[in-house]
Ligand binder design. Structure first.
Ligand code: GLU
Length: 400
């Protein structure tokens, strides 16, 4: 009998986190690696948010807090949902955790039994599947059957539902595909949910503010309020407010689920960081103008990255609706040979070669359940991106 549990042995470490670590270690060893693996904005947290944290520290707000968030932050989250999403919430419907990831973990841990199935559209963020597996339930991956393989339809969803389906996890705009589901798409999913009353929804809205062109963000609890007691709406301050390291995420859902999530949190991490909670209030109640300014930078980078990748023979890069990732297909590179004679058979082969020969760290599509693709996080400075794109073009050109 080994030391490590079967439960843990069944899952892989988060590839987004482990590739980022690998790139950081290579950098520390003096290699000039460009890390485009982590989904993390390069912008610094705005000053008014840092000031709120400093003020909280100086006021002695440095103790444990209520296990799933201070009342002031829960009230700010309710204001945010009312103001930005036209969603009516009360503080007992709100849970605050150590990042959106912990909210997801708590919800799945609180609700899943081994026979339960969780429907996850591909390509999916790595931890959706990992957390479901840690909870010993079954991820059911759904591929888009239409023109866009990264976007599922209501029919695709309906075909995946069984009597054991407990949750659908919908992330729009999505990581890694940048796919946005508009209100018509979401209303069609709502119809499917009405026909299947045992199905619940986790709506992961973390990229809400990072949308481009004419895509308009919306969420199920806004357009189908009749389903609100079957929806957990998850969000956080990490991506929109450039606060990844502060670790504050939150969710709004049915009271019995929120209470069960607090129980999970009480037996694991306890309250989220007290100082970061006060900073999150300043973020949610504060201005959004810096998000709009930085959204323009993301939109410009998206253009630069898509154009440069589409100029490379063998790479096809769809233009995402939101978030800060591109997810290009490398179907055209599969079967090509490296100068040392090794054949690129998979997206992992390509990504390893890119790291070795070009010193650019990206994540292979296999991690997200749709191959052969890879993910670039373009939340990096323009000159860093241009350098990375030159390296990708050079490495790709070396394949024959
Ligand atoms: N969500 C980000 C990503 O996909 C951060 C790393 C992680 O937690 O996966 O890169």
């Amino acid at each position: 009998m080994g030391l490590i549990s079967n439960r843990l042995n069944r899952i892989a470490p988060s590839p987004t986190v482990s590739i980022t670590d690998m790139a950081l270690n290579m950098k520390a060893a003096g290699r000039k690696v460009i890390g485009l693996a982590a989904g993390e904005p390069d912008f610094d947290t705005p000053q008014h948010i840092k000031d709120a944290a400093i003020a909280a520290m100086q006021a002695g707000k440095t103790k444990y807090t209520q296990v799933d968030g201070i009342p002031e932050l829960k009230a700010a989250v309710c204001r945010k949902f009312a103001r930005e999403n036209n969603m009516e919430c009360t503080p007992d419907m709100i849970s605050v955790g150590t990042g959106g990831k912990q909210i997801l973990f708590n919800a799945l841990m609180a609700s899943l039994n081994p026979e339960d199935e969780v429907i996850i559209p591909t390509p999916y963020w790595v931890s959706f599947a990992g957390i479901v597996e840690l909870c010993e339930a079954k991820p059911i991956f759904v591929h888009g059957s239409g023109a866009n393989p990264m976007k599922i339809s209501a029919d695709d969803l309906e075909a995946a539902i069984t009597p054991n389906s407990k949750w659908l996890i919908l992330n729009s705009p999505s990581n890694p595909g940048g796919v946005g589901y508009n209100s018509d798409d979401i209303l069609a999913f709502a119809e499917v949910m009405r026909r299947n009353p045992h199905l619940h929804l986790i709506s992961d809205d973390i990229y809400e503010h990072l949308v481009y062109d004419d895509f308009r963000f919306t969420t199920m609890a806004t357009v189908a309020p009749d389903l609100q007691d079957r929806i957990l709406t998850v969000n956080g301050v990490s991506k929109s407010y450039f606060m990844t390291g502060w670790r504050i995420g939150y969710g709004s859902g049915p009271v019995p689920l929120i209470k069960a999530m607090a129980k999970v949190q009480s037996q694991s991490t306890s309250s989220p960081n007290s100082i970061a909670q006060y900073a999150a209030i300043a973020a949610l109640d504060g201005p959004l103008d810096f998000i709009n300014e930085n959204r323009a930078a993301f939109a410009r980078r998206r253009q630069i990255v898509c154009d440069a990748l589409n100029d490379i023979d063998g790479i096809d890069c769809p233009r995402p609706d939101g978030a800060f990732y591109v997810y290009p297909s490398i179907a055209g590179l599969i079967g090509r040979k490296r100068p040392d004679g090794q054949v690129i058979k998979t997206d992992s082969d390509f990504v390893s070669y890119l790291l070795e020969a070009g010193e650019v760290a990206v994540v292979p599509g296999v991690a997200f359940g749709l191959s052969p693709y890879f993910r670039i996080s373009y939340a990096a400075a323009d000159d860093v991106l241009l350098d990375a794109l030159r390296r990708i073009a050079k490495v790709t050109a070396s394949l024959s």
